[in-house]
Ligand binder design. Structure first.
Ligand code: NAD
Length: 270
């Protein structure tokens, strides 16, 4: 479906690691809709992932940036404007990592150095990205910034560990920064709360495979895939959603408003 929804729009896409990444699917979809962009990821991810392939496919340049480094972000914003030939219309923040999860530390046994690092990468980085864009006056009016969240910010999912706290912070930044970016520069800032999705980050969560089946059965429309998320994100980058800002938007097939589904009840009637 190509209707050139993003024709003439320019952006920055963080977080495409491999073809399963939500950011990867978003980059492909933005490209198909006529948008142009710079791809970025942490220097270490450049070595592990396949971002070169995506850059070739979408005619994009890659600028490495550690999203916890203000200097890297300032450089990314300045170079992106040079490459794209002007101010930016859309930004996708698709970054998440918990060191406690990676190292198998329980929520009740956090190592706080790990907690701080994970918070910096997953949550504070969103503020840093927004601040870098804001200070450089890099966004066009009616531009759109989207970050990806998860419902563990509102409700408890024990295996999500300290990422739950990081997502709560991330969503709060969208509201707080969204106020200033809206007021001063007419830029919208939102988070999408996405279904569990089989990506590198998603599969790092303990018990992910069982949980994704549970969510599938709890959601009247089924889980939203990475491609579904890419499609939704494109609408938020488009001019059809100009007055949507400071929101956390559930994109989960109805999971968030379902108390229990018949399939789950049936499991207990055996
Ligand atoms: N997969 C899920 O189930 C799910 C559900 C809801 C929300 N999300 C969120 O979606 C976003 C994208 O994750 P994904 O599921 O596509 O997984 P992914 O593993 O493909 O992407 C995560 C990305 O974060 C990048 N990253 C890590 N540290 C970084 C740093 N210091 N600087 C810059 N980039 C860094 C990684 O290199 C990677 O590209 C994350 O915010 C994640 O929490 C994922």
């Amino acid at each position: 479906m190509s209707i050139n929804l993003l024709k003439g729009k320019k952006g920055i896409i963080f977080g495409a690691l491999d073809e399963n990444s939500i950011a990867w699917k978003t980059a492909e979809t933005v490209h198909a809709q006529g948008g142009t962009f710079v791809l970025t990821n942490a220097p270490i991810a450049m070595r592990m992932g396949q971002i070169d392939e995506l850059a070739k496919k979408t005619g994009s340049e890659i600028i490495p940036a550690d999203a916890t480094s203000e200097a890297d972000l300032d450089n990314l914003v300045a170079k992106s404007m040079e490459i794209l030939g002007g101010k930016i219309d859309f930004v996708l923040h698709a970054i998440g990592m918990s060191v406690n999860v990676r190292k198998g530390r329980a929520y009740t046994d956090e190592k706080y150095d790990f907690t701080t690092k994970g918070w910096d990468v997953s949550a504070l980085s969103f503020h840093k990205v927004l601040q870098s864009l804001y200070k450089a006056d890099a966004m066009n009016e009616w531009g759109s910034v989207v970050a990806l969240s998860y419902i563990a910010a509102q409700r408890t999912f024990p295996d999500y560990n300290d990422m739950a706290d990081n997502k709560a912070y991330l969503e709060s930044v969208a509201r707080s920064f969204g106020y200033f970016f809206g007021k001063e520069k007419k830029v919208r800032v939102n988070t999408i709360s996405q279904s569990p999705t089989p990506t590198t980050a998603g599969q790092g969560v303990k018990g992910f495979n069982n949980f994704i089946s549970y969510a599938e059965k709890m959601s009247p429309l089924g889980n939203a895939s990475a491609q579904d998320c890419a499609d939704y994100t494109v609408t938020l980058f488009s001019d059809f959603t100009k007055k949507v800002t400071m929101q956390n938007l559930f994109h989960d097939g109805g999971f968030s408003n379902t108390g229990v589904s018949q399939e789950i009840v049936d499991k207990f009637s055996e």
